[in-house]
Ligand binder design. Sequence first.
Ligand code: M6R
Length: 363
Amino acid sequence: DKGGHKYFMAKEMAEQPSAIGDTLAEYLREGAQGVVLPSEIDFSTVTRITMVACGTAYFACLTAKYWFEQLARLPVEVDIASEFRYREPPMPDGSLAIFVSQSGETADTLAALRYVAAQGVRIASVVNVPESSIARESDVVLPTRAGVEIGVASTKAFTCQLTVLAALAVKAATDRATLSPEALAETLAALRAVPGVVNQALLVTSDIAGVAAEIAKAQDVLFLGRGAMFPLALEGALKLKEISYIHAEGYASGELKHGPIALIDPNVPVVVFAPMDRLFDKTVSNMQEVMARGGKVLLVSDAEGLERASDGVWKWIKMPKVPPVFAPIAYAVPAQLLAYHTAVAKGTDVDQPRNLAKSVTVE
Ligand code: M6R
């Protein structure tokens, strides 16, 4: 049942505030001070995190790396499962391995988990299907409560994965006492605010469908972001590729001049995720390099960011003001909507894109 929506993807995007709220309720228990996990992980004894996943779940891991490092001062290694499993990486004492998978059945992720288990490392998994193989073979199961996701392009599962990983980073920061009491309180408030912020992001009145109708004419699209917006640039590009079949690449804004800037011309729209945060000016200067070379920029920012930097941009999407730390969860929404409306404009099969399966159970 598509609940009145044209596609499951539209329904699933719209469900995000409640799915994230349900997910968060598992970790922010009433009466408890901070984050409570379903089974305890004491991060003060963890010296390194290894995160492994595929596709969109891998981008959730890449985002979480920024959070674990910045909030909890923990070294984090992130890898795609198909590479990790055959590399035979050493797992030092004190490692915690985290596997992220919507289905919990992805063959490469499961094989990577079994490799790590054989090394005697503690395994936590972030899964949407609690009865799945990955959940069953983990020491600690950290559920997302996204509900069933039918669209092949992951949307609500992704933002719920990010939410669990954000909660986990807050737990790690608490255990390791890496934040001042004020900073910890502020970060917890930002975590609690996520469902509301995602709801506001869904309600933005910017004409995303109109922008998407233009994007639909492109053959190539670039996505740029800095800091935790970099993995989101990768995710935005994957989403667009998957359902609209437009070639898209995500880059770290700072990498632009190391190669991809050669691609800039008026036929290649460049989507820039730039919330008003401490890296804003750096991202904007990369964006201006694009515009100086005739590139068409679609700037995704909040009112303040647009006020400061929208001169000369091709199009913009106005986001609500969000607490910077967990901004990738909110900015996932315009990334999804852009891909969705582009696919609708092109008339592709949004829920069942060609060549793709919802769950990849063979390697
Ligand atoms: O079930 P999983 O989360 O393990 O699946 C991983 C990827 O196959 C999945 O995220 C894929 O990249 C999606 N089609 C992305 O939209």
